[in-house]
Design a protein around this ligand. Structure first.
Ligand code: UD1
Ligand code: CA
Length: 414
């Protein structure tokens, strides 16, 4: 079996996104789109990825500073996808294996599709194998040109297509596997002879065919995997597809999502078995929810939230960077931020942790078995002992607790 690496193209400027941020840092369900492409490569068994960066590259590298299987390659000017791949020459010119090329703006590609592409390539004698997609609306994508025997002849970019070619539905999602040496020879010969005056990677494919090598294509990419993100509209469309995947996986793992279309769950969230997510729940960031919880409707769970088991988080509740232990009830209209809440605590309607004094954010700790009456304002930093009873409408500060002294806190009122 040949050794395999991947090149991921992520240096483009992205005019159509109209953004000052590198396109691959734009988030799909809470993760930068590049993260998904890297994961798909890893799951397909590729252990080294060369990511070509250019526009805003320092931010991309910073965001991914903890990954160890990526080599960052700089493309000084975005002269096209072939030029971007050629930027890896210093690293790969002597590599005697296979090179997968993917685009950083195609986060929906699945590892199982990449595995199929690899299998197809391994089973034949081709210099390159492409995975293609059949799209009802192929607009914007490169079209696969085949001869009357079905042999691939090349790829024509949408902007270079004739009327007849525009009608072709087989498109190029930019998922290719190349014999590395043949790839680099072909890249050297690509000329910017096209409407956009760019060096096209797709022309390297025609070049390889032109020099007598065999190229094959398999229609292995589903329409939803083929979505490339070039605009905010496509970002939103891709996010919706990813959201459906996230929810489907959660449902398969035993989570009830009452109304998937009206629920949004971050890719990084973890949810335990038999938890029910009611409509209009929005989960953003690294959030962990245990078993047998009931969340929503209209709950907002933010980064750093941990709910243990059997927690009820009801209507109009917002929780941020907070841990709720087993059997906590927060049924209505509350904000809990930067807090830890012990077991079996009841948090009354309208209770708020005042965690920010205009300068700094402070912590609130609530012990086990506490009863927090409706409308309590808990002014952080604050430590509430186990078994405390806070009357409704109380403004609780550490000072007021200290005044009452130790166990007297068991019944704090205003
Ligand atoms: C590209 C393909 C097209 C395919 C589509 C799939 C080419 C010429 N066209 O078109 O056939 O259907 O993807 O989504 O390859 N990039 C660089 N450096 C550059 C230019 C681009 O790194 O100089 C990167 C971009 O950041 C992006 C990727 O390459 O991640 C693709 O570039 P983009 O401009 O989005 O190409 P498309 O027009 O979508
Ligand atoms: Ca693109």
């Amino acid at each position: 079996m040949a050794e395999r690496v991947a090149i991921i193209l992520a240096a483009g400027v992205s005019k159509r996104m109209n953004t000052r941020i590198a396109k691959v840092l734009h988030e799909v369900c809470g993760r930068p789109m590049l993260a998904y492409v890297l994961d798909a490569c890893r799951e397909a068994g590729i252990s080294k990825m060369y990511v070509v960066v250019g526009f805003s590259s320092e931010h991309v590298k910073e965001r991914f500073s903890d990954v160890e299987d990526v080599v960052w390659v700089q493309q000084k000017k975005p002269l096209g996808t072939a030029h971007a791949a050629l930027c890896c020459k210093a690293h790969l010119k002597d590599f005697d294996g296979e090179t997968l090329i993917l685009c950083g703006d195609g986060p929906l590609i699945r590892s199982k599709t990449l595995k199929k592409l690899i299998e197809k390539h391994e089973s034949g004698q081709s210099a390159a194998t492409l995975a293609t997609a059949l799209l009802d609306k192929p607009r914007g994508y490169g079209r696969i040109i085949r001869d009357k025997y079905g042999n691939i002849q090349g790829i024509i970019e949408d902007s270079d297509c004739t009327e007849a070619q525009l009608a072709i539905k087989e498109t190029n999602p930019s998922n290719y596997l190349f014999n590395n040496k043949i790839l680099f020879e072909a890249l050297e010969n690509v000329k910017p002879d096209n409407v956009k005056n760019e060096y096209y990677l797709t022309d390297a494919v025609s070049g390889i065919i032109g020099t007598g090598h065999k190229v094959e294509a398999i229609t292995a990419v589903s329409p939803e995997e083929a979505v490339g993100i070039n605009s905010r509209e496509q970002l939103s469309a891709a996010s919706k597809i990813m959201q459906r995947r996230i929810q489907r996986e959660l449902m398969e793992s035993g989570v009830t999502i009452v109304d998937p279309g009206n629920t949004w769950i971050d890719a990084r969230a973890e949810i335990g078995q038999d938890t029910v997510i009611e409509p209009f729940t929005y989960i953003h960031g690294e959030v962990k929810i245990g078993r047998d919880c009931r969340i929503g409707p209209f709950a907002y769970l933010r980064h750093g939230t941990v709910l243990k088991n059997d927690v009820v988080l009801g209507v109009y509740t917002e929780v941020k960077n907070t841990t709720l232990s087993d059997s906590v009830r927060v049924r209505h209209h509350s904000y809990l931020g930067d807090a830890t809440v012990g077991e079996k605590v009841n948090v009354g309607a309208g209770t708020i942790t005042a965690n920010f004094d205009g300068q700094k954010v402070y912590q609130t700790h609530i012990g086990d078995n506490c009863y927090i009456g409706s409308g309590a304002v808990l002014i952080a930093p604050l430590e509430i002992e186990d078994d405390s009873h806070i009357n409704a409408g109380t403004v609780v500060s550490q000072e007021s607790i200290n005044e009452l002294g130790g166990k007297a806190l068991k019944n704090v009122s205003k």
